[in-house]
Design a protein around this ligand. Sequence first.
Ligand SMILES: [Zn+2]
Length: 243
Amino acid sequence: MTAPVITVPAFGSLQDGVSHFFGTKQRTPVPYETGVPAASGSDGRHVWLLSVKQVHGTDALIVDRPLSGEDRFEGGWDALVTDQPDVMVIVRTADCVPVLMYDRRGKAVAAVHAGWRGALAEIVPKTIQLMVGRFGVHIGDLRVSIGPSAGPCCYEVDQAVLEPLRSGRRDWSALLHDDRDTKARLNLKALIQQQSLEAGISSERITVVNVCTICHPELFYSYRREGRVNGTMLNGIALVSRR
Ligand SMILES: [Zn+2]
């Protein structure tokens, strides 16, 4: 199985007014972690690519006006939300979970970087609330896709994760595999899926790419597997202008 990027037609397509991808090692040639929007597009369409520094927090960068080449985004954000057409918001991952969202009426899109810290701090529900509160998105119109990440087959965590998980979530035991009290394997995607359900997204509007970044060296970089950052996958979504 090789593919430059993974797309999820059941999540969204051009017919839905969005363009999205979950990246693999064969990433699209995008300048990243610059905080400077880059222009792209060969078919006459001008698409801005926006990727910023990530800090394992829960703050969202909101882009609610047209971008220009003069814009600089200096700071750290783990969610990027925009209502602007042709702005591809991008998060980078290498085991953490990329989460993409859009409103089917075209009001906004979001890309979220969720590691265990961000997930336990509820970055996904917070971003959903932001899309509803700030952009007037109806919760029933939101679509969420949870991308490739370290899976429960491989993602071992210790007390730093288990303690807040056990104290913060009643369903913690359902999220753990091979629980040995001080170590266990965490199903981070299931946690985010559950949080999305709790935030009001119905199950048929949530798609999950159940592929593990640690298990698939041919497809993905993995910080856990490689022990260092050799590279990251890019994951992005944009509202497509209807012209
Ligand atoms: Zn695995």
